[in-house]
Design a protein. Structure first.
Length: 152
């Protein structure tokens, strides 16, 4: 899987562990879900920027931790034999990740990994709007985090 990582704003401070953690998650998800030919974009941001995106696209005027924009969830027909499966975009607030890590009592690295897993599963079609969907997504998240060797 190819992962394109950017920052918004460009000067956003990013700890040394963040990019390797995201790349490790993407590699493990690629292996587990056979996504060798997949590509996704991940934007690392702060609460101010993710709040603007949340407001614009979801109508919710507050910061959130992760937002995913899947390219494969429409009614459009799939392109057969495409060289690359473009999954979509994930936006992660590193500021919110740090807040949640402190709130939940686990490491910042673990929270960044979890948010990346969560965003990737959304790109793969998992959701948590209904109880049954939520349970399935939570099981998948646990399985990926265990495969990564990252626990609470």
């Amino acid at each position: 899987m190819t992962v394109l990582i950017s920052r918004e704003p460009e000067g956003l401070s990013v700890e040394d562990t963040v990019v390797p953690t995201i790349e490790a998650v993407a590699a493990k998800v690629s292996e587990l879900y056979r996504l060798e030919k997949a590509e996704l974009s991940i934007t690392l941001t702060d609460n101010l920027h993710i709040q603007a995106i949340n407001r614009r696209y979801r109508g919710i005027d507050r910061p959130t931790d992760v937002i995913s924009f899947a390219l494969n969830e429409s009614e459009e027909p799939e392109i057969q034999d495409a060289e690359v499966n473009i999954l979509g975009d994930i936006i992660i607030s590193l500021e919110r990740a740090a807040e949640q890590a402190a709130e939940y009592g686990h490491s910042y690295r673990r929270e960044v990994a979890f948010l990346t897993v969560h965003g990737l599963l959304h790109l793969l079609g998992y959701d948590h709007m209904e109880d049954e969907e939520r349970q399935e997504m939570e099981e998948e998240q646990r399985a990926v985090m265990e495969a990564l060797g990252i626990s609470r």
